[in-house]
Design a protein around this ligand. Structure first.
Ligand SMILES: Cc1cc2nc3c(=O)[nH]c(=O)nc-3n(C[C@H](O)[C@H](O)[C@H](O)COP(=O)(O)O)c2cc1C
Length: 411
């Protein structure tokens, strides 16, 4: 009887999305750095996102990148609202591509969550001396109880932001990105329109679910009208909006069907944002933070809409990631903190899952040396006793578990 070869891990099976093929299913999830200078990325971003490509990820996102300056949370958030930003993003996308990963950009607009400090300063509101600006939102409701009141968007504001989404998308094309994700989650502008807790409008953009989805879908149309047909478009959703929220999975399924009809290729399944801390007074309980806590949302959306999904959230064990894919919960696995902890996570996962050539994931410059290291490890397994030469006619016995034994001995 012939031995059947072991099945290749799904995590390391390439995936084709429109014309783009990622070498594996591992995604470096979007991560805000709060280190941009007037929007544009710096050395930090090149090194930080570059290391995830070098470590073997299939797809590498940067950070939430604002489509207009007032859509940033802080003075130091990333943005792509000027043509002059393009070359600095191009440098990063070229580097990521050169390492074999697909460069991806997440476009966003924070809406009412504007004019803050970053997380290291507790997201405190900017003072008068710190050049604050007024956020815009579907309704004039503060982002947190007692927080700054945003200006309610009129139709010309809505049109202006849609033009900004279009222009930022064109710049993302010019900057060499191959995947674009619309940030529709986490209590930012699109989510503020979706949730009845932050959207109290009585016009065509508020009230019914259909009306509350209008802005999100107009953004998708705006982005898709510019984003090339051959390139995939992702949408990040808060599948369930977290404690104090009201939006749940059924609303997300309705939204996902509309996204699919408008050319969204993948739903990235996150959660939260309109919680109690963001003024939410709904009745949704907290989502327990356990490994894969959002994978159930990814499964439901995948099963009900047929759209490929991304599972994200405290996934850091390679076998767990593989199980999520094998059980059909998702098509891609995203990590944020797991990659901060171990930028070479894909390489280590490939070893753990028994891939035939884990080192094929890293640059040949590193792989060649690491292969040599592996050969040495096989040649001298742990505990081997060896003779270390001290001179042509002298040696000492050595074992790295017990150290040097004895003294210099003449051969
Ligand atoms: C430092 C940091 C920055 C983040 N910034 C973003 C962001 O810009 N956009 C976004 O959608 N999510 C952002 N997130 C959320 C992550 O993409 C991810 O969904 C979340 O951290 C859960 O994954 P994890 O458990 O693997 O960290 C950020 C997370 C971290 C840790």
């Amino acid at each position: 009887m012939k031995d059947t070869p072991p099945e290749a891990p799904l995590l390391f099976t390439p995936i084709k999305l429109r014309s783009v093929t990622a070498r594996n299913r591992i995604v470096s999830s979007p991560m805000c750095q709060y280190l941009s200078d007037d929007g544009g990325p710096e050395e930090w971003q090149l090194v930080n996102f570059g290391r995830f490509a070098m470590g073997g990820c299939g797809i590498v996102f940067g950070e939430e990148t604002a489509v207009e300056a007032r859509g940033r949370k802080t003075h130091h958030c990333a943005g792509i609202y000027r043509d002059s930003h393009v070359p600095s993003y191009r440098r990063i996308s070229d580097f990521i591509r050169a390492q074999g990963a697909v460069p991806a950009i997440q476009l966003g607009h924070c809406g009412r969550r504007a004019s803050q400090h970053g997380p290291l300063q507790g997201r405190a509101a900017l003072t008068e001396a710190e050049r604050p600006w007024q956020g815009i939102a579907p309704s004039a409701l503060p982002p947190t109880p007692g927080g700054a009141i945003p200006r309610e968007m009129d139709l010309s504001d809505i049109r202006a932001t849609l033009a900004a989404w279009r222009a930022a998308t064109q710049r993302s094309v010019d900057a060499g990105y191959e995947i674009c994700e619309i940030h529709g989650a986490h209590g930012y502008l699109i989510h503020q329109f979706l949730s009845p807790l932050s959207n109290r409008r009585s016009d065509a953009y508020g009230g019914s679910l259909e009306n509350r989805m209008r802005y999100a879908l107009e953004v998708v149309d705006a982005v898709r009208s510019v984003w090339p047909n051959e390139l995939p478009l992702f949408f990040r959703t808060s599948a369930v909006e977290g404690p104090g929220g009201v939006w749940g999975i059924d609303e997300t399924l309705t939204l996902a069907r509309e996204l699919k009809a408008r050319g969204v290729d993948v739903v990235d399944c996150s959660s939260g944002g309109i919680g109690i801390s963001a003024g939410g007074d709904g009745t949704l309980p907290a989502i327990p933070r356990v490994p894969g806590f959002q994978a159930g949302y990814a499964r439901e959306i995948r099963r009900e809409t047929g759209l490929p999904t991304v599972a994200v959230g405290m996934i850091s064990d390679a076998r767990h990631a593989e199980t999520i894919l094998r059980e059909g919960h998702a098509d891609l696995i995203a990590l944020a903190r797991g990659l901060m902890d171990d930028p070479n996570w894909p390489l280590h996962a490939a070893r753990e899952l028994g891939c035939t050539d884990p080192l094929g994931l890293v640059h040949e410059r590193e792989a060649q040396r690491l292969r040599l290291l592996e050969r040495h490890r096989v040649q001298y397994p742990p505990g081997s006793a060896v003779e270390i030469p001290f001179a042509t006619d002298e040696q000492v016995s050595y074992s790295w578990s017990t150290g040097i034994s004895g003294s210099r001995v003449r051969r």
